[in-house]
Ligand binder design. Structure first.
Ligand SMILES: Nc1ncnc2c1ncn2[C@@H]1O[C@H](COP(=O)(O)OP(=O)(O)OP(=O)(O)O)[C@@H](O)[C@H]1O
Ligand SMILES: [Mg+2]
Length: 417
């Protein structure tokens, strides 16, 4: 992918907004009188009237190769929409540059790009003209746009009478059917109903399949996962993480959902103990993937247990919890008739192996415990850190409500009976 020429090239991009009130003390007559009443109030008011600034975006440098589908995620107010507004030239950056190579179509906040007094039909032609199409070109795509939006009946209604869902339908239909080289879509899709959202995702996928570039902002991680190969996680106007979608989204979800598991992992040092887990990794994992699972091959978890005093008979347990906190698998050192473990002081690796782990993408919590047989005494109870990041691609079923628990691609044969 890195070999493709860039569709978007961003260098040191920053956007500063001015915030706070510029009116004298709220601009009311009462405020004016109050100001006259005391010099102190006057001084305070002068202070609050000083313009304040925030950087909605800062130091963004990025190349987006042609044909890539990039997701943008992050909490409210981190600069996602600001970035798309700069890319679609609705607002200018304060510093830096963003070069876009090709025809750009965007679907931003509800209403952007439409003229309220004009009808749906007129807005379609207006948008076509703005993106440099001739009337004949728009004519050719017109029926497709209308069919996609399912707004035939309302084509001659001024769009100011449209509901927000109708706006988005028309906006998306226009943006996605005007043959853009670069399609920018902000999370407005969520306003549409479920079937429309699904059609939009499919359409964006089609646009991407034909080698166009798509940038998609959303809070819906399922949609981001389905559509985007790579994802940018923005935090306070800067790039916090940028990489393969499965991994970035998993890290983002893991942090948003509170990071540390119930009980917390805490520091593993200090205090006296008889046995304690120190770390874990995927046994035999390639460098940089020690806590990542990205295929359906056999998998083994290597847990390092530090034993301080000899344990004559003990046993360990391991559990995996899904991103919602549901227990999905558990195993123990004595499973399958294996007996208790006798461990001398020192570090031991307990390696639990499984034929495969067909999990959906996400951040999974591993929990490990170790008991001494006598009196079933709990020696350690550990919410393993870091979490297990599963980045297997979803097993392709397109409809969210039919997503099951297992992430297993299915085979198919058709035979004549
Ligand atoms: N026109 C503006 N004037 C002043 N501040 C603005 C303006 N537009 C955005 N901001 C500020 O810039 C920051 C980034 O806003 P932005 O809309 O890009 O966030 P976002 O990531 O799209 O958030 P959300 O997930 O809520 O859509 C916010 O602090 C916001 O208040
Ligand atoms: Mg936004």
């Amino acid at each position: 992918m890195s070999g493709a020429p860039p569709a978007i090239s961003i260098r040191g991009l920053g956007k500063r907004y001015r915030i706070g009130s510029y009116l004298p003390t709220g601009g009311t007559l009462r405020g004016w009188f109050a100001d006259r009443l005391s010099a102190k109030a006057r001084a305070a008011s002068a202070e609050s009237n000083k313009p304040r600034y925030i950087w909605a975006l800062r130091d963004l440098t990025l190349d987006v190769p042609t044909g890539s589908v990039i997701g943008i995620i992050g909490r409210n107010g981190v600069g996602k929409s600001t970035l798309l507004k700069i890319l679609s030239r609705i607002t200018d950056p304060t510093e830096g540059t963003a070069e876009l190579y090709g025809k750009v179509a965007s679907l931003l906040e509800v209403g952007t790009g439409f003229h309220g007094e004009l009808t749906g039909r007129e807005n379609i032609y207006l948008n076509g003209a703005i993106s440099g199409m001739t009337r004949a070109e728009v004519d050719r795509r017109f029926d497709e746009i209308v069919a996609f939006s399912e707004l035939e009946q309302f084509l001659d209604t001024p769009v100011k009478r449209y509901s927000s869902g109708m706006y988005v339908r028309l906006g998306f239909a226009v943006a996605a059917h005007l043959d853009p080289d670069i399609l920018l879509v902000d999370e407005v899709l969520a306003v549409g109903d479920l079937s429309f959202q699904r059609r939009c995702l499919n359409r964006m996928n089609d646009v991407a399949q034909t080698g166009r570039t798509v940038i998609f902002v959303s809070h819906q991680m399922t949609a981001i996962r389905r559509l985007c190969n790579r994802t940018i996680w923005l935090e306070a106007g800067r790039i916090r993480d940028f990489g393969p979608t499965g991994e970035v989204v998993a890290r983002y979800e893991s942090e948003s959902l509170g990071g540390a598991a119930p009980g917390g992992s805490g520091s593993r040092e200090g205090a006296a103990y008889k046995a304690r887990y120190l770390s874990w990794m995927r046994d035999g994992a390639p460098a940089g993937e020690a806590h990542v699972l990205s295929d359906l091959a056999p998998v083994a978890f290597r847990l390092v247990l530090d034993v301080r005093e000899r344990i004559a008979a003990g046993y360990g347990g391991i559990e995996i919890f899904d991103p919602e906190g549901k227990l999905i698998w558990s195993g123990a050192s004595y499973d399958g008739g294996r007996g208790d473990l006798a461990l001398d002081p020192g570090k031991h690796a307990l390696i639990y192996s499984l034929p495969m782990l067909p999990l959906k993408p996400g951040a999974y919590k591993l929990h490990a415990s170790f008991y001494e047989r006598e009196g079933r005494k709990l020696l350690d109870d550990w919410w393993a850190a870091p979490e297990l990041i599963v980045s297997l691609p979803p097993s392709s079923h397109p409809d969210d409500e039919w997503q099951g628990i297992l992430n297993l691609p299915c085979g198919l044969r058709v035979e004549r009976e």
